[in-house]
Each structure stands twice: as structure tokens, then as C-alpha cells.
Design a protein around this ligand. Structure first.
Ligand SMILES: [Zn+2]
Length: 375
């Protein structure tokens, strides 16, 4: 294992942060898929479960490397957002948005689609592997030319540079409260499904795009755009990108983290990156659903959140999910599910203001929505 430190731009005098990455194996030692895997956790710095999963995964990868089992490279970044993890307001950690800019740490990654298309247009051929090499080189060169102007921009760039040549990218997050679930691009589900199955994932949300360029979208979108732009050229469904929401922010335990790390490790064995016999592949507990079918229930009034159904409840359209009690007026506002499906996430807080998120239901029917992700 090699350790690398990646300095961020200093935001002010006398302070300097960096991101630490751990590197196992060597890239594409056998030329199979995946030759390089990139895994990070804590991009939303208040979402802790992934950090403990990475801690256990690091030990497993260290052992596998010592046993000579790695057929490719794994880059692991257990704490990928040192800015967010240092933020607190009145003793409460704030890890989703950067204080300085107000921006979500997981939005606005670079997706230089026009420039990338221009640079590779004349060289794309009929050999998919050569096209992959060409596109990766061009993408890497484009990122190398970027001059970030803030600490946050330099953080985004560091993470993109480490992952832009990976075949597979796994981004570990968590919900406020929730069941384990994954987000993946529809065209890449074939590659991702085994991970969801090893994780016994009850909710798999698929989409062609997410909007506002979160990290995972920035990984696959350049390739998706090139495929649309050059339909007569074989362009692979790279880079495969999956975001895993490791239940709720409070679901932090060694027992669970070891189980999740083992699932990820088993997946890497199954995919051939680590030699050995793959563990039997469990069935997917619940079919995939479109991200466009995920319904976010928003509080229409303020009050105490009562009668909130637990995550994992199957609901029908029109079922009552919660009640919002105004303790001053005594008014009790029922909250109904707008769709049938699995209640897979809910608020950690039991007092909501008008406009706050109450819960999410994974419906099977796509609906037209202005934005697919929350703020
Ligand atoms: Zn997150």
C-alpha cells in the first residue's frame, strides 16, 4: 500500500488541508475489468458510516495485497472531504454544504463535454479499447489544465483527477435515516447489480442523469455524452459509477461496517479484481426502480412529526405516512404517500418546518420532475 497526500488550495493564511489516498496493487495488471477501482467516503462529511466501512476495507485490501491477490489497482479515500469534516455551527456538525460558498459538496463537478468531444472527434475509431484510452487521456489532460480558484474547487478537482481513469467508482454516502440504497446509471446497471446483491440492497434507483453534476454523474456523463454525439463509434459505458447510501447517518457500528466492507470486497472478487472464489451471489431483495419514481414527501405545514412509519414499510398510494402536529393550534395534518412503493428514507428530526423533507418512497412509476436530487 502506498499513501499519497493531495494538498488543497489554502483558503487563508496559516491553514492548509489535504486529502489522503491509499493505493493498493497496480493498475490493470492483467488487463481485465476493472483494472482500477476508486472508492471514497465522507464527501458529505456528516455521513459517517462509509468512513468506518473504508476503515475495514483498508484492512481487507492490505491483507489481499500481501497475499498477492490484487489483479489491478484500488484507490481508497476514507475521508475525502477534510473541509466538511471540520465544519460545525453552534456545536452541530455541518458537512453537506460548504460554509464559505453555501454549495453542496456533491454538486458542480467538472463535465467538460464540449471540449472533450472537440479534442477526440478526429481520432475516435472503430476499436473500443483504443477509444477508451484516447478519451481517458484527453479527459485527464483537460482536468490537468484546470486552475481551481477556491479550496472547494481544488477539493473537487483532486477527487476527479484521482478517479477519472478508474473503471469503477464507488462513492459511499448515507441518508438522514434510511434503508441501504444505491444510485446508478441505467446503462451501467449490469456492472453494478452484483454490488447491490452482495449488499442485500433493498432499493436500487436508476437514472440516465441526476442534474447539477454530482460526483457520480461527472464520472459517467462525459462518456454518455460522447456516445450520443458519436453514435457510429464504439464508446464504452465508462466509467462505471455507483453511489451507495449506507442507511442513516446514525447507523455506525463495527458489525455493520464489517458486513458492508465484506460485501464490497466480495464484489471486487466477483468482478475479478481480486483473485479467489467469489462468495455466492444473493438475490436482489427488491427490483430496481426509476429515480424518477422516487417521491419525496415535503412538509406542507410546520409541527411535530408524529405517527411516522418506519423505513422498510411498503405503502400504497394514499396511505398515511405521518402526521404533523401543531402544538400551538392543535391542528393535526395527515401526510399521505403520493405513490405506492417502499418507504426507504425519512427525516432524522421530529420537528419539521414548511418545505422540509419528511420521507422518501421508491415508486415504480417514473414521474416528471424538475430535479431528481434534493438540495
Ligand atoms: Zn450524501
Amino acid at each position: 500500500m502506498q499513501t499519497q497526500n493531495h494538498p488543497l488550495l489554502s483558503p487563508s493564511c496559516g491553514t492548509h488541508r489535504h486529502v489522503t489516498s491509499f493505493h493498493f496493487g497496480t493498475a490493470a495488471a492483467t488487463g481485465g475489468w476493472p483494472g482500477k477501482v476508486y472508492i471514497q467516503s465522507g464527501l458529505h462529511a456528516g455521513e459517517i458510516p462509509g468512513m468506518l466501512v473504508s476503515h475495514h476495507l483498508k484492512a481487507m485490501l492490505t491483507e489481499a495485497e500481501a497475499q498477492g491477490r490484487l489483479r489491478g489497482e484500488v484507490v481508497l479515500v476514507p475521508l475525502c472531504n477534510p473541509i466538511g469534516v471540520s465544519q460545525a455551527l453552534l456545536q452541530y456538525p455541518v458537512g453537506r454544504f460548504e460554509f464559505s460558498s453555501g454549495e453542496n459538496f456533491n454538486r458542480y463537478y467538472l463535465s467538460p463535454d464540449e471540449e472533450l468531444a472537440t479534442r477526440v472527434a478526429d481520432e475516435l475509431g472503430q476499436d473500443e479499447a483504443q477509444n477508451r484510452t484516447l478519451i481517458r487521456r484527453a479527459l485527464g489532460a483537460l482536468l490537468d489544465e484546470v486552475q481551481p480558484q477556491s479550496e472547494l474547487a481544488s477539493l473537487r478537482l483532486v477527487l476527479q483527477k484521482m478517479s477519472c481513469d478508474a473503471d469503477l467508482v464507488i462513492d459511499l454516502h448515507s441518508e438522514s435515516e434510511g434503508l441501504l440504497h444505491v444510485y446508478a446509471a441505467r446503462g451501467q446497471w449490469e456492472r453494478v447489480e452484483a454490488l447491490a446483491r452482495y449488499l442485500h440492497c433493498p432499493v436500487s434507483l436508476l437514472a440516465d442523469y441526476y442534474g447539477d453534476t454530482p460526483f457520480d454523474e461527472a464520472v459517467f456523463m462525459p462518456w454518455q455524452n460522447l456516445r450520443r454525439r458519436f453514435p457510429d463509434k464504439p464508446i464504452p459505458y465508462d466509467s462505471v459509477s455507483v453511489t451507495v447510501e449506507l442507511r442513516g447517518e446514525q447507523d455506525v457500528s463495527h458489525q455493520q461496517a464489517i458486513a458492508d466492507a465484506t460485501a464490497i470486497f466480495d464484489y471486487l472478487v466477483h468482478q475479478g479484481l481480486i483473485s479467489g472464489t467469489a462468495a455466492p451471489l444473493p438475490q436482489l431483495p427488491y427490483p430496481t426502480t426509476p429515480l424518477e419514481g422516487s417521491q419525496t414527501l415535503i412538509a406542507s405545514v410546520a409541527g411535530v412529526l408524529a405517527k411516522l412509519l418506519p423505513v422498510g414499510t411498503m405503502v400504497a398510494e394514499g396511505d398515511q405516512i405521518a402526521e404533523i402536529v401543531d402544538p400551538v393550534t392543535g391542528h393535526c395534518e395527515p401526510v399521505y404517500s403520493p405513490a405506492a412503493g417502499l418507504l426507504y428514507a425519512r427525516s432524522l428530526y421530529r420537528f419539521v418546518k414548511r418545505g422540509d423533507t419528511i420521507a422518501k418512497v421508491a415508486g415504480s412509476q417514473a414521474s416528471k420532475k424538475a430535479r431528481l436530487l434534493d438540495a
